[in-house]
Ligand binder design. Structure first.
Ligand code: CA
Length: 280
């Protein structure tokens, strides 16, 4: 899951980012209100952690602007402003939760997990699908009574797939979820992770969950075949239209000539009737 951290304090930001990464999250970190708005507009985040005292634009203004634009992303305020009117203002401006500094990282993680499962429409901390159980907090996956050992990326991938079973996710959507700004994305890395996940957890389940939308070779072949077929149909259509137009103009010319010929014959016969003496 990819989170946006908005925090101008270097030490707080570093410890929150490190902690969240250790929890398996991908974290992008910005240090002022304007950069926060830009990042939120350009990338798809599962959650935003928002400080209030920020350079360039106050956190409350950032929050209001994001909500005015209609964004549904959960927003958790992290601030030193601990007065009750500040908390009320934060929540009433569209924040989903409010945590006062200094805070314990474990409490922060628990609140992040709570917001994420509410956002996914779940109350149960465990994600279940068929006989697979995924625990986002303990980072464990079981299928039946078998423990499945997944890398952090494979875990994040499975979590993304189980969140909306059957949804068609494109490669770029998956890359957005899995990689932050500073991470190099190899061109075939999503495919490689998907293929390892299929081996570890069972291709039958990944096929069902992914709704045929995974960027693996088979899906790509189908899409190439579909593109070729559409191109062929368009080609046939263009040739058909060109041929019809040619035939139409040719026929019009021919008919015109025939018509002219008959008109001429008619004129000649009229002349012959009217002036029989003019016949040679
Ligand atoms: Ca601050």
């Amino acid at each position: 899951m990819r989170l946006l951290l908005v925090e101008d304090d270097g030490m707080v930001g570093e410890s929150v980012r490190t902690g969240l990464r250790r929890e398996g999250f991908t974290v992008d970190w910005v240090k002022d209100g304007v950069a926060a708005e830009l990042a939120a507009a350009n990338d798809d985040y599962a959650l935003i952690l928002l400080d209030l005292g920020l350079p360039r634009k106050d956190g409350i203004e950032v929050l209001k602007a994001l909500r005015r634009k209609g964004g549904h992303v959960p927003i958790l305020i992290l601030t030193a402003r601990d007065a009750v009117p500040d908390r009320v203002l934060g929540l009433n401006s569209g924040a989903d939760d409010y945590l006062v500094k200094p805070f314990d990282l474990h409490e922060l993680f628990a609140r992040v997990h709570a917001l994420l499962r509410r956002q996914a429409g779940r109350a149960d901390p465990l994600v279940t699908f068929a006989d697979v159980v995924l625990n986002p907090i303990a980072h464990q996956v079981t299928r039946g009574d078998r423990d499945i050992d997944l890398s952090a990326t494979e875990f994040a991938l499975l979590e993304a797939l189980l969140e909306r079973p059957g949804a068609i996710l494109s490669r770029s959507q998956l890359e957005q979820r899995l990689y932050g700004w500073n991470e190099e994305v190899e061109s075939n890395s999503v495919e490689a992770h998907v293929s390892r996940l299929r081996k570890k957890i069972g291709a039958d389940l990944i096929g069902t969950v992914a709704g045929g939308g995974l960027p693996h070779g088979e899906a790509r072949m189908i899409s190439i075949r579909r593109t070729l077929l559409v191109s062929l149909l368009i080609g046939v259509l263009i040739v058909g239209v060109a041929l019809s137009a040619g035939v139409y103009f040719f026929a019009r010319e021919e008919i015109g000539e025939v018509f002219d010929y008959h008109l001429k014959q008619l004129a000649l016969s009229l002349r012959d009737h009217a002036f029989p003496e003019a016949q040679s």
